[in-house]
Design a protein around this ligand. Sequence first.
Ligand SMILES: Cc1cc2nc3c(=O)[nH]c(=O)nc-3n(C[C@H](O)[C@H](O)[C@H](O)COP(=O)(O)O)c2cc1C
Length: 190
Amino acid sequence: MMKITCIVGSPNLKGSCAYLVDTLINGISNSAAIIKKYCINEIAMNYCYGCKKCYENGECVQNDDVKNVVLDILSSDYVVIAAPSWWADVPAQLKTLFDRTTPYGDTNPNRNYKADKPIKGIAIAVRAGVREQENQLILNAIAHYFGHLGIATVERISVRQTDKLNDLLENHRAEIQQVFELGKVIGKSV
Ligand SMILES: Cc1cc2nc3c(=O)[nH]c(=O)nc-3n(C[C@H](O)[C@H](O)[C@H](O)COP(=O)(O)O)c2cc1C
């Protein structure tokens, strides 16, 4: 069974990242697909303590939602992460998920879980400003995360000059269509 895990990296549930993730999910439109969608502010998690206990046994000393989210990611065929630029970086909430994934990344000498099949990653960045380089930083951060989980980044989608959902809807039909088509391709591969 095809599984897709999507993470909206903005806490704004009615924002552009959420809209693009929902558009991709609508494109999939295949009832045989298992689709998991997480909004970053709905994941109960604290900051990484930096204690590196997970380097000893592959488990975090904190017991919250992170493990289940990462296990969903690692058992997926596709993972989608959409993030806005916040001060030219991913929001701290998403960065916290990245940090807390340290028990499960390939830099952990004692990790207990890893993907048992190839996973494809889709990175989406949204920003208000115009400079492309800033979105590439966001996309690089997501691709870096994917890389340490053994996820191959197959699509990098950059949306600029989008501060509000209305900017996306009025001026970025091409990107909206692009993610919808991507969803269709994923849906057909089920
Ligand atoms: C705390 C904060 C910091 C931001 N910093 C930047 C920034 O550095 N560069 C930029 O282009 N846009 C910045 N923005 C604008 C967001 O990237 C933009 O509003 C985006 O469309 C939000 O996506 P969302 O609707 O999915 O939340 C910032 C927004 C917030 C709330």
